[in-house]
Each structure stands twice: as C-alpha cells, then as structure tokens.
Ligand binder design. Structure first.
Ligand SMILES: [Mg+2]
Length: 230
C-alpha cells in the first residue's frame, strides 16, 4: 500500500449506523404518534417505506435536483403516499425525526476499535454530504469527535460528493495531497468515483457484498479489515 498520511471517512452507513439509529427512531415515533391507528400500516412497512423514500430523496439531493429544505419537508409526506395511507402525516413527525435520530449513538460493527487503531497512525477526517448541524450531533452522540481533525460537509465546502471541488476543499483544509490520501466510504458514486476522479485511492466499504463494476482501489466487507490493510 502507498504511504498514506490522511484518511477521509464518509459518515452515514460507513461509521455511523444509519440503518439501526434511524430504525430505532422510527419505531419510537410509530408508537408515540399511534401511526397504526392513523395510517393502518405496520412498523416494518413504515421502516421499509422510509428506507426507500429516503434513498430516493438523497439521490436527488446528491444530484442537486432538490435542496435540504425540500428533502426535510417532503420525506414523511412521500412516505405517507408510498404507504397508500390517507390524509397527511402528523405535522411534527419530520421535525421529531430530525431532532431524535442524530442523538442515537450506534456505530457499525468494529468502527470504534478500528478508529482506535488508525488514530495513532494517520490523520483522520470526515467528508459527508450530510448537513452541518445533524452530522455534528451524530459525531458527538457516537462519541467519535476526538478521532477527527476536519469535518468537511456539503455545507461548509459548498459542494457535494462526487463533485471534485469538495475533495479539493478537503485536501486544502487538511494539507493533504491525492497521493498520500485515501477515501473510505459505502457509496460507489459519491465516495468512490468522486475520490478516484481526483486521483485519490478509494476503499469501498461493502458490508452487503453488492455486485458492482467500480474502480475502487480496495474493497472491504468489514471495517476491521482496515487494521490489516492500513
Ligand atoms: Mg455513506
């Protein structure tokens, strides 16, 4: 492996266990708002609908086709429609989700021990398309702030992965160069293609072992593999 000095991590679905933290939040809200009585759908249908609709909205957001406000306002309205429920979702549902979900602490398997291992050996940073306030809360809630020097977001850089400008900004902010940097993330488009386009090596975290044809430098199925590779 080249002599890396800087490691850039994605946050959601790479370190912070978005699925688990989000599902816990949604299950609590399903109970608190009596969503079965209101909408007639099961909690598992609610979780599935959220996952589908949220993924679609984030793809639109990453491609600059909708903004943050639209994503936040539309999410539960679209979920309601997706589930074929009548009426509208409770008006506070979206705000409650945004307030509670980032306070959940769960990391993906072996994230913490791997960060412990890497922290003394490399300079660690985060590059995320998430929003400043939300991502800072997640990092605090999961107690991982002390591992990272720079938190690069789509807000503070003005660009979203995979746009080269966000990687350029990250390199400039941290004093890193493409040849001594590696990007680690779960998204082939935003994390892997984006980094590769700028000449950074990229490690694709693929815990579900999806089939793909990307040009990731290395692929891992578990974060603990980083302790052997790096
Ligand atoms: Mg991700």
């Amino acid at each position: 492996m080249p002599a890396y000095t800087h490691l850039f991590f994605d946050l959601d679905h790479t370190l912070w266990d978005f699925e688990r933290n989000s599902n816990e939040t949604l299950t609590d809200l399903y109970e608190a708002y009596c969503l079965y009585e209101r909408g007639g759908f099961s909690v598992s249908d609610f979780l599935f609908a959220f996952r589908e609709v949220n993924r679609q909205l984030w793809e639109l957001y990453n491609r600059n086709q909708i903004d943050q406000q639209t994503l936040r306002e539309q999410r539960f309205i679209r979920i309601w429609k997706y589930l074929g429920a009548s009426g509208m979702p409770p008006s506070q549902l979206g705000a409650d989700y945004l307030a509670i979900c980032p306070t959940k602490p769960h990391l993906l398997p072996h994230a913490r021990e791997t960060l412990d291992y890497l922290a003394g050996r490399y300079r660690l940073h985060i590059i995320t398309n998430g929003f400043d306030d939300v991502q800072q809360t997640k990092i605090r809630s999961a107690n991982i702030a002390h591992y990272f020097e720079a938190l690069i977001t789509s807000q503070n850089s003005g660009y979203k992965k995979p746009h080269p400008a966000i990687f350029d900004y990250a390199l400039a902010q941290t004093g890193a160069a493409p040849h001594n940097s590696v990007m680690i993330g779960d998204n082939l488009e935003t994390d892997i293609s984006g980094a590769r386009a700028l000449g950074l090596d990229a490690i694709f975290y693929n815990p579900e072992r999806i089939a793909h044809q990307s040009e990731a430098t290395i692929e891992i199925y578990c974060l603990s593999e980083l302790q052997q590779i790096l």
